[in-house]
Design a protein around this ligand. Sequence first.
Ligand code: NAD
Length: 326
Amino acid sequence: MKVALLPGDGIGPEITPAAVRALAELAPDIELVEAPFGAAGIRGFGTPLPDETLRACKEADAVLKGPIGDPEFDAADVRPEQGVFVLRSELGVYANLRPARDAGTDLLIVRELLGGIYYGARGVRDDGTVYDTCEYRPDQVERVVRRSFELARRRSCKLTSIDKANVLETSRMWRRVVREVAVDYPDVELQDMLIDNAAMQLARAANQFDVLVADNMFGDILSDLAAAVTGGLGLAPSASLGDGPGGLFEPVHGSAPDIAGRGCANPSAMLRSTAMMLDLAFDRHDEARALEDAVDRTIAGTPTPDIGGSASTTEFADAVLAALAR
Ligand code: NAD
């Protein structure tokens, strides 16, 4: 079994060792193949996703990725973020699962990952107008919606579909496809909700939701909001899945350049992404649960500064390993 390990940029290389230590403890048979990605790829190879890195990802049984991004390249033609979009496309991972939970809330946002405004035509017209277009094919919507119904069925049989059908053509098609797929899932209670209302409801009472499905941009924004109301970005993991085995597992947060190099980043999201990988890519459910429990206990007992404590990244990782050993 092989995992391509992409530590990434900023706090990425600081939080990755926690995941490496947890995997050595829980799944020592899994071989980790480390590869440069993001700004690290640009610096070493002139591209955020070097060929060798892409090959390692495709040959692996799963990909565990730290965050990428570096202010040094914000205005450059070649930027770290471009590599993420290519990697997701190359791996065909269209369903991005973003769980968010705390004492009162336990929800799952399923974000469409390979279409919409992040992939549509963009440019600058002669008169200086700049445009990005949101485009979806019905089959792109259908596969992620079907996946969401399946996931809802394994939870509390409640699905909320997010759109902006009162304004956008793509959203009207999205809603139509959702209705068509719903016929196959009569046991799942479905509601449509406009994105603006959904943001308000999430901020006000996140515990009313179970599974939510949204397009690429709406899902991106809503999942940051869900992370914020359930403890913060440092806690939020994600799994990106296609139709094949494996997948891409990464924290929701970015490279946090404002705290990079200080040794205080919270590795919880990276560790929870590792747990999702053990669970979903390797069917190692007991190990995944053990890691989740160890992280939960460490969040409560040895918190990092972003969640009100003073533990360093290494102290947090030490506490997780100690909890795993118990
Ligand atoms: P960010 O998620 O990096 O940071 C937002 C805030 O959350 C910052 O104050 C940061 O300190 C804090 N934070 C994030 N993760 C944390 C953690 N683990 N522990 C403690 N605090 C944490 O978002 P940003 O500042 O908007 O973006 C920074 C860079 O990351 C940009 O270049 C962006 O493009 C990139 N980015 C990459 C990904 C990815 O790799 N998938 C995702 C989002 C942003």
